[in-house]
Design a protein around this ligand. Structure first.
Ligand code: HT7
Ligand code: ZN
Length: 876
């Protein structure tokens, strides 16, 4: 495909006023009639043709004001329809008839069938697979949709907006009409039709309107939607209270489907969800599943204002809606749960997913300036780093001015398709602050590195903090400007109290935020009575890598006394990471691995501290992952050495903390029946952290097998099964537990996904064969994205030793899978291929194998635009 550049953006020549769609649904041959009312934009040449987008369309009719357009007046190619000779000024109507085959649409873009349900996915460029259309987000129109289908098999006919009416057609078919009064881009169009069960509720808005709420799921699964419904109502209320945003239609619908390329989709008034993010009950959903459902329900609902009412001018602006909406869902979850624990989870996720992307061949700015395939830009950089950039605006402006800026944004741009510059201008105008340098966060890729060193002058009672920032080169950006980095900090004294400086010079500072704006800056704090320990980047105020020479003792002081709980976790994590990096070297050199006393003491102290909430203590006990360690090492990585070193450290902590962990097993036992709330989930998390260490200290599988038998909820059950499978892969108890789990949940595909994922992550070289065997299990289905992600995706993304086998078989396996999936579902193939994004940081034998596997993909015939874009960038 060709490259699209931001600088080439031009508005369309024709303005679309209205869209009238009629669907006659049939699995093999659906007929779509699209009536589009346009007028020529003022100043556009009368000779300019109308150029519409299309993708794999069969057109059977084309009319201008109800009169057939002669072949001399139009050209239809693979991806465009060009119509000439259109009226100079008067509005005109184009009627296009197309025939679609939903049943054979395996790409899951446009109109497709999933489990006998008709369903659409139009973001980013799926609408052009339904009809020829100006398929770009800055074309906003009002839609009317008529749906006709067989009444017996397809009783439910849904689209965006409000239901206008419907009737029987007397021939076994029926129809429904929907009208959406809010002008929208085509990517927010949706149609769902089929036979589904429903859960109903209502929400009364702040201004007193009643909104009907409906969640549609497969018949018989209605009970599983009650948590999602509760999360939806809490989201609606929260958006009113915190952002002042009320819902704007009479009905809000969610449909859960089992074949979906991503998590969910925010179509106006008719969200479509991957069923994984709707259905939950204690027997089948883990605490993580509940938290994800809450977050994703909220995310899609919040898009109603940040994305739908105000949308993107073009796809380069994707972070305008995604970064902002992730920020909003993070804040929502922080308010629903523990803020500190939520922040720790966010930062873990950011570091494990976004930092590697930003450090590898797929690095790109939060607001990119070019793309070949837009589907490949739904990235963790656009989403999660985009959210962090929004969070930094809030940190720099402070709560009140941030709110003023958001209000101005909603006021000024409601009903428009806008840019990041428009968004940032709202905060500049509301606050009077210049955010020009700050905006580099949108434009410069790469994670900034801040190096800090402090020195204390006892005579003068001053503390000087030298800070230096560098932004690493990334593809297409070899040199970088210094950024505006808001660094929250505290200076801790020996007794754990916080020093209050008499004065500060060398940087702008507001409350506890230092504004680092130059390449090098020295900040001088005066009136500091004794040598302080600086605690930098509290709350992860900036998404940076921070290097500071600090002794384990100084870090332990932060871990014990910081008022910012996140900073406590950060300090413990830094101690652990140092130890794990050293352990890797020791393991690689065949030396004994040494477990740092400060680490063991810090972990056990945090675990045992009853004043701290259990969820936090569990996070403290969760050591950096093998990929965290690989990232910290940065180059010449040997995943086997990382694994061995880490296992030894786990064993060290397990031995030293045995008594504490045993006590926690009792203290954290569930006091009553299962509840998915955050406090109960935190207790389960801490108990399972303790159990994990105990099992790592065990010689045999008995304790893990007993935990498996005792579990009365999916969190405990899946962790026990993971411990058995990972720690005792060859034990008969493990085989029995795996068989039992499979048999018990064979009819619940979402739970079987966990069964696949647990086995796909068993460390070591033998797992590849197991994955291959599982692919021929009757419960596996290579056409279902959730199944493919849980087995193939989990193996490639989350099994460092299994996937990165030294003989390269893991990479060759993945290459074959990518080439197999690509023709059916290019988006899925491309996404799974990004698991190789850090291949250059592997040691030479492995990186040579990885390059060859990538080259094999690159050289294959008929690659999709999605996969060739990713593989080309990875090899560049
Ligand atoms: N805005 C949604 C993105 C999405 C998507 C993109 C490409 C292909 C399929 C897709 N399904 C959903 C999801 C969101 O961020 O809310
Ligand atoms: Zn989103």
């Amino acid at each position: 495909g060709q490259t699209i550049h931001l600088e080439d953006y031009r508005p369309t020549d024709f303005v679309l006023e209205r869209v009238d769609l009629t669907f006659e649904l049939d699995p093999k041959e659906t007929k779509v009639e699209a009536r589009l009312i346009f007028h020529r934009r003022e100043g556009v040449s009368p000779a300019a043709p109308l150029v519409l987008d299309g993708d794999e369309l069969r057109m059977t009719g084309l009319l201008l004001d109800q009169v057939e357009i002669p072949p001399t007046h139009f050209d239809a190619t693979d991806d465009t329809l060009t119509i000439r000779g259109l009226p100079e000024t008067a509005p005109f109507e184009i009627t296009i008839t197309t025939l679609l085959s939903p049943e054979t649409n395996t790409k899951l873009m446009g109109l497709y069938r999933t489990n006998n349900v008709y369903c659409t996915q139009c973001e980013a460029e799926g609408f052009r697979r339904i009809t020829y259309f100006p398929d770009r987000p800055d074309v906003l129109a009002v839609y009317t949709v008529n749906i006709i289908a067989d009444k017996a098999t397809t009783p439910l006919l849904l689209s965006n907006g409000n239901h206008l009416g419907g009737a029987d057609m007397g021939d076994g078919r029926h129809f429904a009409a929907w009208f959406d009064p809010h002008p929208k881009p085509s990517y927010l169009f949706a149609l769902v039709a089929g036979d589904l069960g429903v859960v109903e509720d209502t929400f009364t808005t702040a201004s007193g309107r009643t909104v009907a709420l409906r969640i549609y799921v497969e018949h018989g699964k209605e009970a599983g939607a009650s948590y999602a419904m509760d999360a939806l109502k809490r989201s609606m209320k929260w958006d009113e209270e915190v952002f002042g945003r009320e819902y704007d239609l009479d009905i809000f619908m969610i449909v859960a489907v089992s074949d979906f390329n991503m998590g969910a989709m925010e179509n106006k008034g008719l969200n479509v969800f991957n069923d994984k993010y709707v259905l939950a009950d204690p027997e089948t959903a883990t605490d993580a599943d509940y938290a994800n459902i809450e977050a994703i329900i909220a995310h899609e609902y919040f898009h109603n204002w940040t994305g739908n009412r105000i949308t993107c001018r073009d796809w380069f602006q994707l972070c305008l809606k995604e970064g902002l909406t992730v920020f909003r869902d993070h804040e929502f979850s922080a308010d629903m749960r523990s803020r500190a624990v939520k922040r720790i989870a966010e930062v873990r996720h950011l570091k494990s997913e976004q930092f590697p992307e930003d450090a590898g061949p797929l690095a790109h700015p939060v607001r990119p300036t070019k793309y070949r395939e837009i589907n490949n830009f739904y990235t963790t950089t656009v989403y999660e780093k985009g959210s962090e950039v929004t969070r930094m605006i809030a940190t720099i402006l402070g709560r009140d001015l941030f709110k003023k800026g958001m209000d101005l944004y909603f006021d000024r741009h409601d009903g428009q398709a806008v840019t990041i510059e428009d968004f940032v201008a709202c905060f500049e105008d509301a606050s009077g602050r210049n955010l020009k340098q700050f905006s580099l966060w949108y434009h410069q890729a790469g994670t900034p590195l801040v190096t800090a060193s402090g020195s204390y002058d006892a005579d003068k009672q001053t503390f000087s903090l030298s800070l230096e920032q560098t932004v690493p080169p990334t593809p297409g950006q070899s040199t970088k400007e210094p950024m505006h980095i808001p660094l929250r900090l505290g200076l801790l004294l020996e007794d754990g109290s916080e020093a209050k400086a008499a004065s500060v010079s060398g940087a702008d500072i507001t409350e506890d935020v230092i504004h680092l704006t130059k390449r090098k800056q020295t900040v001088l704090f005066s009136g500091i009575p004794s040598r302080p320990v600086p605690s930098l980047n509290r709350g992860f105020s900036a998404p940076i890598n921070l290097h500071i020479e600090q002794s384990p003792g100084d870090r332990a002081l932060i871990a014990r006394h910081e008022i910012d709980l996140f900073a406590r976790w950060q300090a413990l994590n830094a101690i652990a990471l140092d130890n794990l990096v050293a352990a890797t070297t020791q393991a690689r050199n065949g030396q004994p691995v040494v477990c740092d006393n400060a680490l063991v003491a810090g972990l056990i102290a945090a675990a045992a501290d009853d004043r701290l909430e259990p969820a936090f203590r569990s996070q403290a006990l969760t050591l950096p992952s093998e990929s965290d360690i690989a990232r910290e090492i940065g180059s010449d990585n040997d995943p086997d050495a990382i694994h061995t070193g880490r296992q030894q450290i786990l064993a060290g902590v397990a031995a030293a903390g045995r008594d504490t962990f045993n006590r926690l097993m009792d203290d954290m036992a569930a006091p009553g029946p299962f509840s998915p709330d955050a406090t109960s989930a935190g207790r389960r998390a801490l108990r399972n952290s303790a159990l994990s260490f105990l099992v790592y200290g065990d010689k045999g599988p008995e304790r893990a097998a007993e935990a498996f038998r005792a579990a009365n909820n999916m969190t405990d059950l899946s962790i026990a099964l993971t411990l058995l499978a990972h720690r005792f892969p060859d034990a008969k108890e493990t085989a029995e537990a795996l068989a039992h789990f499979k048999q018990r949940f064979a009819d619940n595909a979402l739970v079987i996904d966990k069964w696949f994922a647990i086995q796909a992550t068993v460390p070591g070289p033998r797992t590849l064969d197991r994955v291959k065997t599982l692919m021929s299990d009757p419960l596996f289905n290579g056409n279902n994205p959730n199944r493919v992600r849980s087995l193939v995706g989990t193996f490639a993304f989350s099994n460092p030793t299994g996937f990165n086998r030294a003989d390269g078989e893991g990479y060759r396996f993945l290459a074959r899978q990518i080439l197999d999936i690509d023709p059916r579902n290019p988006q899925l193939a491309a996404r799974i291929l990004t698991s190789m994004r850090s291949w250059r940081s592997l040691e030479k034998v492995r990186s040579d194998h990885a390059r060859n596997a990538l080259a094999e993909i690159a050289g294959a015939a008929n690659l999709s635009a999605d996969v060739s874009d990713i593989v080309d960038r990875m090899l560049e």
